[in-house]
Design a protein around this ligand. Structure first.
Ligand code: NI
Length: 216
């Protein structure tokens, strides 16, 4: 039962995200799913809720629906109802999907349940480190953004509206989001994993600026 529902969810998500070229493709989901299982095991979270939330968390991301962040939870709920999943699982899963997104440097996004904390940590871990660097430049290219502009400093967005309208260059995104994520991890296991990825990004940025200035 568990295996077949998870398999079906993988197929559903993979089909939905086919052709996604901005870093939110099936392989992002796959990595978040594996990270979430890893963290859930260490933290003792409910595996069924964690796996389904991880697999469905980007099913209809607000970034691709003109800022409408209510579509994802609806699509997930319909899928789970169709597969006879009980409300004891559906309710926490859609609550997690509705509240997982990063909404700006000054906007808190607290998760109520251990399962939510685990999945949010997994999603944020995939936004940092080597994977985060690759995804950030892929997203910037998708949006036709410059990699960097020396005269445009980072902006710390204080509202979700402000963050959504952001059109800055990609290096700013490291300062507006990626370098802040280490301190926003919820679980001890998430914090541990974030530490190494954070250091890797800082070393990358140092090298980027040295090469930009012709000094390396
Ligand atoms: Ni995600």
């Amino acid at each position: 039962m568990t295996t077949s529902l998870i398999d079906k969810t993988c197929q559903f998500v993979e089909a939905k995200l086919a052709g996604e070229g901005s870093g939110h493709d099936w392989w992002h989901i796959y990595r978040v799913w594996n990270l979430a299982k890893n963290i859930a095991e260490q933290e003792g979270a409910n595996m069924r809720v964690v796996e389904l939330s991880a697999l469905l968390h980007d099913i209809a991301d607000w970034k691709f629906h003109d800022g409408d962040d209510s579509i994802g939870p609806k699509v997930a709920e319909q899928f789970l109802l169709k597969n006879q999943v009980g409300s004891e699982v559906i309710d926490p899963v859609i609550e997690i999907i509705a509240s997982i997104s990063y909404k700006g440097a000054g906007v808190p996004t607290p998760m109520k349940t251990l399962e939510g904390k685990v999945v949010q940590d997994a999603d944020r871990l995939d936004a940092i480190g080597a994977m985060g660097i690759a995804r950030t430049f892929a997203y910037g290219g998708h949006k036709n953004r410059l990699m960097y502009h020396p005269d445009e400093p980072p902006v710390m967005h204080q509202s979700f509206e402000e963050y959504k309208k952001n059109t800055g260059h990609t290096i700013n995104h490291f300062h507006e989001k990626l370098l802040l994520l280490k301190d926003r991890m919820n679980t001890a296991s998430g914090k541990n994993l974030a530490e190494g990825r954070h250091q890797y990004m800082q070393a990358y940025l140092d090298q980027f600026h040295k090469e930009w200035d012709g000094k390396a």
